[in-house]
Design a protein around this ligand. Sequence first.
Ligand code: AN0
Ligand code: CP
Length: 314
Amino acid sequence: MKKYTDLTDISNLEALIEEAKALKKDPFSFENLGKRKRLVMLFFNSSLRTRLSTEKAAQNLGMDVTVMNFNSDAWKLEFEDGTVMNGDTSEHIKEAAQVISQYADVIAVRAFPTLTDKKKDESEYVINNFVKYATIPVLNMESATAHPLQALADAITISEFKTKDRPKVVLSWAPHTKALPQAVPNSFAAMMQLCDVDFCITNPEGYDLNPELTKGTKIIRNQKEALQDADFVYVKNWSSYTNYGEILNPFETNKNWTMTQEKLGVAKFMHCLPVRRNVVVEDAVLDSNQSLVIPQANNRTFAAQVVLKQIISP
Ligand code: AN0
Ligand code: CP
């Protein structure tokens, strides 16, 4: 693997999931592979799981890790070509990416979308400029439109917990009080399209994801109908794609989309976390043994570890 910025970087998903599971059983089996190699993790946004699990994954492989909160600690980066840099940006991505490449063997980047400029977000200008100017592999820790490490952890989790060959998986939109990116549902949908599952998405009108990405996937407006006979229910909020980055209605209007024990039935509950209790999902679900959120978060380590292993393998 030369980089991992979206799911198209995976050549054999089944083998990757099996290798991740093997690493989970024996996390230190490649503890010398990363010796004297360094992962530099650059965060333009907050994180709990990604930061701690990716660092742990790298260390399990024997790598050294440097973490940098870019917004507070580094110079403000310029991404435009040919700009007269007499504004608030101090350093161009061209130099920054090449310089970091001399200090590291892999660069990992987290950079959320603006949610105001759709074209700019869809250009993935942050992560793509790192790919363009860095001379080492780039790892996506959630970009404007994709969260491929999360999606891989989700696929590992489903493969561990499924009780039938072709489970039914539903991606169910949930209300939220903040405008959130589409990155997690985009990558989850893309991942489910690659897996042997019966997959559908349910969301209210106005919240359809990018139709390019959901081509061939059923979108069912009626949540109850979508949830029928589900084995896994992946709940997530995202802001509108059509009315880009907007929350279309106040929380009260959509609170009937909150996941409840009653709606979940006997299905397993999944969420990438962090989750707002009693907004996205009621306490009873998170506190039940149908919730997979804790093992799902644990799998973030082995998703990152298998990807890093493939990236640094000769
Ligand atoms: C982010 C999102 O929805 O993309 C990160 C999730 C992993 N969530 C929040 O900002 C709450
Ligand atoms: N799921 C996830 O990426 O969590 P963090 O934002 O805490 O890293």
